[in-house]
Design a protein around this ligand. Sequence first.
Ligand code: B12
Length: 208
Amino acid sequence: MSELKDMLGNLEEQKVYDAVKGKLGSGESAKDILKECQGGMKIIGDRYNTEEYFVADLMYAGEIMRNVMKILEPHMKGAEGLETVGTVVIGTVKGDVHDLGKDVVIVTLQGNGFKVIDLGVDVAGEKFVEAIKKNNPDVVGMSVFLTACFPAVEKIVKALKDAGLRDKVKLMVGGAPVTDMVAKETGCDYYGKDAAAAVNYALGVIKS
Ligand code: B12
């Protein structure tokens, strides 16, 4: 039997939904299912790199993934009614429209009791500055999936510095091409490889 990640990699839409529902039914955690789907998205990216897939395939994969998240979301919350433990402002940086990774981070933060202000995609520094002034977050998150958009992260950090806000918040960054080194070079405090890392970091910040 083929694995979920291969079904997604092969863009077998209906099979993906059936497999996700089947796994939920047999008690597999939403987190583990998501991890497998991320393996599938990696296959999509690899096939795009080798020109087996094109942008239309990336878009189709994105649609499938968004529907998978809709199926998984109710199983990731579980913190309904919990007191808010802290506030996070998050957005995908200017020039970049990848939002699936960010949305997984958001659902996971919310599931752990955080209030999250989602600035959406293609977000410039001014919008981060505005949102920080308005919401006084503990942590600010930036999502970036395009190497070409790393300078946009630096620009946002600079906008926060210019507005006198840089030292008032902790900055985390994540997304497929990001590394520790990128976080350091762009002036962020932390690189998180996945949603669980984002939550652990944010929890650490509010405890400190
Ligand atoms: C789906 C997809 C798209 C969809 C996006 C749909 C959507 N609504 O998001 C569409 C079709 C729009 C798209 C467009 C493009 N894409 Co694209 N895309 C992908 C793909 C296949 C999957 C990305 C994804 O959604 N993954 C699912 C999420 C859930 O997975 P994840 O990364 O594991 O998420 C976790 C972490 O990243 C982390 N995280 C994410 N954000 C944050 C934030 C914080 C603060 C923290 C702590 C953690 C964190 O936590 C997440 C949850 O655990 C990737 C391949 C890949 N390997 O990522 C290429 C990829 C990102 N795309 C790529 C490219 C080149 C493009 C285009 C330029 C193609 C083109 N020629 O037009 C355009 C750019 C458009 C733009 N301006 O942004 C390249 C980028 C190469 C690079 N390094 O620069 C990739 C890597 C494909 C490849 N070549 O391998 N794409």
